[in-house]
Design a protein around this ligand. Structure first.
Ligand code: PLP
Length: 396
């Protein structure tokens, strides 16, 4: 009998990957499946970015880079951060990471241990809670409410802080809700955090430019008073359709940077070199394809929200960011997870039940609109027929 440590039995899952596997298996059996489950853009990485990686390989960039990332890649992140937030960070605070998730992992293992509490959004990206539980720390959900437009509430967040709180995780624009937290709320939170100088903050800003209707992300970097305890997670995956490249970056407070650098040396040495050249091309190159992708997402967003609001028992507020809709399905009589699996099995539409993002996700489902308008319309039609004809099972 092998004795693995209990922490590994506490690791959770990202159900979007399980749904993708099931949808792919059904499609392989010849079923016509429309996938609105997965959180990755359905666009290709722009060609000039791909070319930069190929050139890097041809030019012989085959070796290790510094664990923190190439200076040129970190300087590209500095330029982008300045352009987007107006804040000039030092390349000595920038880590190039193998995707967005490793920053989550690093931040959570840095602060989580039995007896500690870590606040995280619920519903929210499922890996936050999973990794908190892995460390043995207590996960404390910050409720994310539909009536607040799925923004987090400063007051509710601050009220959850105790002497045991070590880290607060924030995410805006948010997965799975598409919620964008307004400046006033963030200002209130930062003001309230003055009273809790020993609490660190990890702000997951990966959907930074993915906003609509003139809405803008407010980066936590714009508050110098918390810079000494701030970690900002960001990356290439979403904005430049680079999920498979495993390229992320994060900006760490001075005292934390050396710790994460050492973790990188121990775990992954560095991010693969050609991808880091691609990352520079993504930041410095033309952004027309990003803009075109966002225009397409915006059109689809309207189609999805409009269609969802026509479905019996379904209502959906208009998401202001990311590429997800998070409709309320309470009036259908269905619980979210049985509905999601019945829609996949009987209607051929893959989407994710809200509880996969936390207990407060019950009563909601997540649709990713990273699919064509035509497929989205077809999926909405299928969901409509399903809801009109299939009665919800009676609650046990
Ligand atoms: N943070 C949020 C809020 C996300 O939605 C995702 C991916 O879905 C990530 C981080 C992880 O990104 P990556 O694929 O670069 O690890």
């Amino acid at each position: 009998m092998l004795h693995t440590v209990p922490a590994f039995d506490r690791i959770g899952e990202e159900n979007a990957f399980a749904v993708l596997a099931r949808a792919t298996a059904l499609a392989a059996q010849g079923r016509d499946i429309i996938n609105l489950g997965i959180g990755q853009p359905d666009f290709k990485t722009p060609a000039h970015i791909v070319e930069a990686a190929i050139k890097a390989l041809r030019d012989g960039h085959h070796g290790y880079t510094p664990a923190t990332g190439l200076l040129a890649t970190r300087e590209a992140v500095v330029r982008r951060t300045l352009a987007l937030t107006g804040v000039e960070v030092s390349p000595e605070n920038v880590m190039i990471m193998p995707g967005g998730k490793p920053t989550m992992y690093a931040a959570i293992v840095m602060f989580g241990e039995p007896g500690a509490e870590i606040l995280y959004p619920d519903p929210g990206f499922p890996i936050y809670r999973s990794m908190i539980e892995f460390t043995g720390a207590t996960p404390v959900p910050i409720p994310i409410r539909e009536e607040n437009g799925f923004a987090f509430s400063a007051e509710e967040t601050l009220a959850l802080i105790t002497p045991k709180t070590r880290l607060i995780i924030l995410n805006s624009p948010a997965n799975p809700t598409g919620g964008v937290t307004p400046r006033v709320e963030i200002e209130k939170l930062v003001k309230g955090l003055e009273k809790h100088p020993d609490v660190a903050i990890m702000s997951d800003e990966i959907y930074d430019v993915m906003t609509y209707d003139g809405e803008q992300q407010v980066s936590l970097l714009t508050f110098p008073e918390i810079r000494n305890r701030l970690i900002v997670l960001n990356g290439w995956s979403k904005t430049w359709a680079m999920t498979g490249w495993r390229m992320g970056w994060s900006i760490w407070a001075d005292g934390l940077y050396e710790k994460v650098r050492k973790l990188a040396v121990n775990c992954w040495s560095c991010v693969n070199a050609p991808s880091q050249f691609a990352g520079i091309a993504a930041i410095d190159g033309p952004q027309d394809e990003v803009e075109a992708m966002m225009k397409a997402f915006d059109r689809r967003r309207k189609v999805v929200v409009d269609g969802l609001n026509r479905l019996p028992g379904v209502s959906c507020i208009t998401p202001k960011g990311a590429f997800y809709a998070f409709p309320n399905i309470k009036e259908t009589g269905w619980k979210a997870k049985p509905l999601a699996s019945a829609l996949l099995d009987k209607a051929g539409v893959a989407l994710i039940g809200g509880p996969d993002f936390g207990v407060l996700g019950e009563g909601y489902i997540r649709l990713s609109y990273a699919n064509s308008e035509e497929n989205i319309l077809k999926a909405l039609d299928r969901i409509d027929t399903f809801l009109e004809t299939e009665l919800a099972p009676k609650a046990a």
